[in-house]
Ligand binder design. Structure first.
Ligand SMILES: [Zn+2]
Length: 417
């Protein structure tokens, strides 16, 4: 008979087993629950999150703060102590070797940080050059003695093509070239308006020998194809008339006028406000110039010889000589020459030297660009006398060329000097 104690013992033994098992289960269960997992979820693991939320168990690779204070940021301090994450703006040595300095090399290789002394391009395109640009051709109208670089601005003398016909006596041809040389030296024509002329000269004893070129003595053609025609009358060779030479000076003077006064180049058949065709100012000048040339180079008074016929209209209505229609009332431009010579006298009365007076009439007036619509304004501007006053003054001069002749010593070189 099992004692109660024995029963209790047995029962308690099995309960103890039961409780032991239960206890063990609870131990195991509570172990699962209580032991810490690391950031990788491994219980008891040693992985940790660094400041960039990267979980591993390597402390060596934990992320760091960059210079801007950002964990894991990529900002860096460059050599000049500037912290950012743009490597392209990292400071570097300037041209003087200073880190982050602001010195730079200018176009001449000079290193400094002063922009005000940077070298500049000179007019020839050379950096730091000291060229003086201008025209360096001594034959040019605008030759600049001080220019060191030819900038292509030269206004050169016009080109002259000569067609001198074999019908002309050889001694005339010799004189012709001498006259042309003198004129080109004294009153060169520059390519301001046109750049070349073609001269045709022949003896009237032959039929017009150049196709398309009409006979006579004149300057004509278009601006692009200007011609100077000298058909010399056979008679002038036979009788040794000085006109065979003076006509060269006369026509070349027109070339000179055309080269300094653009409006005169416009066709002058009918009134053009933009042209310039006041006859006595164009022909009185050319014709008095030819006489001055003959006086100086041939020692002959061509004024008295050829230009002494003066029409009364010079006193009564001088303005008729403004028009080429008055050609039929004057001989060899005698009236126009007279008016021109009076103008010189009036300028001398105003205190100008004779040379300057003729320079004003031959050159300065034309150089203003005077044209038909404004010539009276330029007349008073240049000469200091109104055209009406001047025409009035003509009446105080007897219509006698001898009273208004220029000095015999007057040289055209001095006039145009
Ligand atoms: Zn003429």
């Amino acid at each position: 008979m099992e004692s109660l104690f024995g029963l209790i013992w047995r029962v308690s033994l099995s309960m103890r087993s039961y409780f032991f098992l239960l206890f063990m289960v609870l131990i195991i269960w509570s172990c699962e629950d209580d032991e810490l997992k690391d950031c990788q979820g491994i219980a008891g693991g040693s992985a940790v999150l660094d400041n960039c939320n990267v979980c591993d168990d390597n402390p060596e690779n934990d992320c760091l703060q960059d210079c801007a204070g950002e964990w894991g940021g990529s900002a860096l301090v460059d050599s000049c102590g500037v912290c950012d994450d743009t490597p392209s703006n990292d400071c570097v040595d300037d041209c003087s070797g200073q880190l982050g300095g602001s010195a730079y090399e200018d176009n001449c290789g000079i290193c400094d940080d002063d922009p005000t002394n940077d070298c500049v391009e000179d007019c020839s395109g050379q950096w730091g050059g000291e060229n003086i640009c201008g025209c360096t051709d001594v034959t040019a109208f605008n030759y600049d003695l001080y220019a060191t670089y030819n900038d292509g601005s030269c206004i050169l003398p016009i080109e002259i093509t000569y067609n001198i016909h074999e019908s002309l006596p050889s001694d005339w041809v010799t004189d012709f070239y001498t006259i042309m040389d003198n004129l080109i030296t004294i009153i060169p024509s520059y390519e301001n308006v046109f750049d070349h002329i073609t001269i045709y000269a022949w003896n009237s004893s032959v039929e017009d020998p150049y196709p398309g070129i009409e006979g006579g003595s004149y300057v004509g053609g278009s601006p692009g194809n200007k011609i100077m025609v000298l058909e010399i009358s056979e008679m002038e060779f036979e009788w040794n008339l000085l006109h065979r030479f003076s006509v060269v000076a006369h026509e070349y003077f027109h070339i000179y006028q055309l080269s300094i006064n653009q409006p005169m180049n416009l066709p002058n058949g009918s009134y053009d406000p933009n042209g310039f065709s006041i006859k006595w100012l164009l022909e009185g000048t050319a014709a008095s110039f030819e006489s001055l040339y003959i006086q100086e180079y041939y020692n002959h008074n061509y004024f008295i010889n050829a230009q002494s016929n003066i029409n009364e209209m010079v006193h009564t209505n001088p303005s008729v000589f403004e028009s080429y229609e008055s050609n039929n009332i004057e001989v060899n431009y005698g009236s126009s020459v007279f008016i021109t010579l009076v103008l010189a006298k009036e300028l001398i009365n105003l205190g100008y030297t004779e040379e300057v007076a003729f320079r004003m009439i031959y050159k300065d007036f034309m150089l203003t660009g005077v044209k038909n619509s404004n010539w009276q304004n330029y007349f008073v501007d240049v000469f200091g006398i109104s055209i009406d006053e001047f025409y009035q003054s003509l009446q105080s001069y007897p219509l006698n060329i001898n009273d208004v002749l220029p000095s015999e010593s007057l040289s055209i070189e001095d006039i145009f000097n």
